[in-house]
Design a protein around this ligand. Sequence first.
Ligand SMILES: CC(=O)CC(=O)SCCNC(=O)CCNC(=O)[C@H](O)C(C)(C)COP(=O)(O)OP(=O)(O)OC[C@H]1O[C@@H](n2cnc3c(N)ncnc32)[C@H](O)[C@@H]1OP(=O)(O)O
Ligand SMILES: NC(=O)C1=CN([C@@H]2O[C@H](COP(=O)(O)OP(=O)(O)OC[C@H]3O[C@@H](n4cnc5c(N)ncnc54)[C@H](OP(=O)(O)O)[C@@H]3O)[C@@H](O)[C@H]2O)C=CC1
Length: 293
Amino acid sequence: MTDKISNVGVVGAGQMGCGIAQVSATAGYKVTIYDLSKERIEAGLATINGNLARQVTNGKMSDEQRKEALALISGSSDVNDLAPSDLVIEAATEDESVKRKIFAALCPVLKPEALIATNTSSLSITRLASATDRPERFMGIHFMNPVPVMKLVELVRGIATDETTFKTAKEFVSSLDKTITVAEDFPAFIVNRILLPMINEAIYTLYEGVGSVEAIDTAMKLGANHPMGPLQLADFIGLDTCLSIMQVLHEGLSDSKYRPCPLLVKYVEAGWLGRKSGRGFYDYRGEVPVPTR
Ligand SMILES: CC(=O)CC(=O)SCCNC(=O)CCNC(=O)[C@H](O)C(C)(C)COP(=O)(O)OP(=O)(O)OC[C@H]1O[C@@H](n2cnc3c(N)ncnc32)[C@H](O)[C@@H]1OP(=O)(O)O
Ligand SMILES: NC(=O)C1=CN([C@@H]2O[C@H](COP(=O)(O)OP(=O)(O)OC[C@H]3O[C@@H](n4cnc5c(N)ncnc54)[C@H](OP(=O)(O)O)[C@@H]3O)[C@@H](O)[C@H]2O)C=CC1
C-alpha cells in the first residue's frame, strides 16, 4: 500500500529546492515552494522558468508542457501555505539547527498523514526525524545537482521510517523518471561518502601547492574523465555545503581522514561559497570564470 501524492511542498528556494520543484511540476504534481525571503522565491521561479524554456528550445518538451508545468508551481514565504501538502521535501541550508527549526514550524501546519522528506546531503535521517512529530512518516530523498539532469536519487530510511512511507517515496521518485539507490543512514550516505573526500583531497592538493586550480581541474577532467574538475564541482555544489558534509563525516565517523581542509574552511569564512555567491575557487563575476589561485 502507498499514500496518494498530489500536492508537493518544497522548503528552500535554493538550487536544489528549485530543481526538485521543477521536476515535480513537470511530472504533474502541484508544487508550493516555501522560503523565508520573497526575493529568493522570485529568483528561484525565474530560474525554473529559464530551465523549462531551454528544454522547449532543445525540443525536450513542448511549449504547452512548459506552460502546464509552470502553472503548477507557486511560491510562498508563509509556511501555512504548505498545509495542503501530501509530501513536503525539505531542501534548506545544510545545517541541522536550521532544519530542526523548519520542522518545528512545519509539523503543526501539516495534515497528520502528510509525509516529510529531507534532501539533506549528510545529516542523520533518524536524528532529523526525531525533530518531527512523525518519525515513521519521515525519510531521506536525496536528489543530485543539477536535479533536472542527474538521474540518481538516494533513498534513506531512518530507524522509525515505516514501509508505506518508503514505498510511497519510491513510487514518487520513479514517477519523476529518476533511478533509485537505497542507502543506509550513515553520515553522507553513499554518493557523498565517496565524492566529498575526493573533493576535500583536491582542496588539500591546492592547499599544499601540488597544483593550481586550473591544473587540478584539468588533471581530473582529462586524466580521469570527470565531467567537471573537483574544484569546479565544489563551487557548483556550494562550499558551505561541502564543508558541512565534511564536518558531518569527520564528527560522525571519528576518523581524521575526513578532516576538512583548512583552505575550504577559510573560503567559507570569507563568504566565498562558489557559484551561488559569485566567488569560490573561481571568480564568476566576469564573463568567464577565473581561478582565484
Ligand atoms: C552534494 C550532494 O549532496 C550530491 C550531489 O549532487 S553531488 C554533485 C553531483 N553532480 C555532478 O557531479 C555534476 C557533474 N557535472 C556534470 O555532470 C555536467 O557538467 C553537467 C550535467 C552539470 C553539465 O553538463 P555539460 O555537458 O557540461 O553542460 P551542458 O551541455 O551545458 O548541459 C547539459 C545539459 O544539462 C543542463 N544543465 C546544465 N546545468 C544545469 C543546471 N544548473 N540546471 C539545470 N539544467 C542544467 C543543460 O541545460 C543541458 O540540457 P540540454 O541537454 O537539455 O541542453
Ligand atoms: N548543492 C548541492 O549540490 C546539493 C545539496 N543538497 C542539499 O540540499 C539542501 C539545499 O542545498 P542547496 O539548494 O544547494 O542550498 P542553497 O544555499 O542554494 O539553498 C538553501 C535555501 O534554503 C533557504 N533557507 C535557509 N533557512 C531557511 C528556513 N528556515 N526556511 C526556509 N528556507 C530557508 C536559504 O535561504 P537564505 O539563503 O536566505 O538563507 C536558501 O534559499 C541542503 O541540505 C544540501 O545539503 C543535496 C544534494 C545536492
